[in-house]
Design a protein around this ligand. Structure first.
Ligand SMILES: NC(=O)c1ccc[n+]([C@@H]2O[C@H](COP(=O)([O-])OP(=O)(O)OC[C@H]3O[C@@H](n4cnc5c(N)ncnc54)[C@H](O)[C@@H]3O)[C@@H](O)[C@H]2O)c1
Length: 319
């Protein structure tokens, strides 16, 4: 089945992006929000996305570095094609519907993409109520970053039609769609979601078994953890650790540049909550102290202008 009517649940950071990208690719999209006040918070996000898409398409007329896979194929770029894409942005913007009404959003949906808050209670309550409003044919995907589809499969009332489609933030230029089922997902629906991901200009990645962190975070989290240990135990400086990684592998960024992009707050919160960090003699405790010292100096990453590197201008230098 090819999906035409899409309902996106949640209009936060990711929900708004998924909805906008799907509408840009010509699909009929409704965003469902829990409360009227959520609509007020979602609108500016959609306004901003419209502007980003338009600006990126305009920039591409003169600057190849502005390229974003989600907007156009590189080989199709021409001034006329970019103008046609800008027209599609306006159509997407005009066509997006936002509602708090369950039936309006879901009663005719081919596909529901759940992007509500990352808490098990919020998602469980949502799936329970959703089951009362969707037709038999509807497939449901979750965009959850940390919660496994098997935890909610039964609650949806249709475990065979439930799986994960995990996007990366800024989906128009970081266009991966990690597709991951649970043991009871019907392979036909898995393949439909792979196809859907391509249809909205994501690069589908098949995650063949249920895996916390999917593929990307299964790779990225251990890399960053190892880098922090090397730094905290005095084996290498952030700059040398990054140089070793980038020069040896050809990767554009090392783990400390990535930490600056992610922002230091989330990693610090995660490590602080680990049981090992409570032990004052542990490396984790040391990492928390060292990250906290950077936070106290306001060096929280790219957004603050300084993290492990200084982003004051030119090529960043490690600090
Ligand atoms: N932010 C990211 O970089 C990112 C990346 C990939 C996946 N995700 C996943 O996407 C999902 C949404 O994340 P986000 O960053 O967009 O969050 P967000 O906080 O920006 O948005 C959450 C949305 O859920 C709504 N909401 C909050 N509580 C709710 C409830 N009890 N019932 C129904 N709706 C509720 C909010 O109104 C909002 O529209 C999460 O599962 C997250 O793991 C986030």
């Amino acid at each position: 089945m090819s999906f035409k009517k899409i309902a996106v649940a949640g209009g936060g950071v990711l929900g708004s992006q998924i909805a906008f990208q799907s509408a840009y690719c010509g699909l009929d999209v409704t965003i469902w929000l829990r409360m009227e006040s959520s609509i007020g918070r979602s609108r500016p996000k959609i306004d901003r996305l419209r502007q980003i898409y338009l600006d990126t398409l305009e920039a591409l007329k003169t600057d190849p570095a502005a390229y974003a896979y989600g907007l156009i194929a590189r080989e199709d770029i021409s001034p006329e094609a970019l103008d046609a894409c800008k027209e599609r942005v306006e159509q997407a913007y005009a066509s997006l519907r936002l509602t708090t009404n369950w039936d309006e959003a879901f009663s005719d949906a081919d596909l529901v993409i759940e992007a509500v808050a990352e808490t098990p209670d919020a998602k469980t309550a949502f799936y329970k109520e959703l089951a009362r409003h969707i037709p038999e044919r509807t497939v449901i995907v979750t965009n959850s970053s940390t919660l496994l589809p098997s935890s909610f499969a039964e609650t949806t009332g249709r475990p065979d039609k439930f799986l994960a489609l995990h996007f990366a933030n800024e989906i128009w230029r970081n266009p991966t769609g990690e597709v991951m089922g649970h043991a009871g997902t019907d392979p036909t629906h898995f393949e439909e979601i792979v196809e859907f991901a391509s249809q909205i200009r994501m690069v589908p990645i098949r995650v063949l078994k249920e895996q916390p962190g999917y593929i990307l975070n299964s790779l990225l989290v251990p890399l960053i953890a190892a880098a922090l240990r090397l730094w905290a135990t005095g084996v290498g400086t952030p700059e040398d650790i990054d140089k070793d990684w980038t020069i040896s592998t050809g990767a554009p960024y090392g783990p400390f540049r990535l930490l600056d992009i992610i922002g230091l707050v989330t990693p610090l919160n995660i490590i602080s909550r680990s049981p090992q960090a409570k032990d004052e003699s542990s490396v984790e405790h040391k990492i928390v102290q060292m990250l906290q010292a950077k936070m106290d100096r306001g060096e929280t990453g790219v957004n603050a202008g300084k993290g492990f590197y200084d982003y004051g201008g030119g090529e960043p230098a490690a600090k």
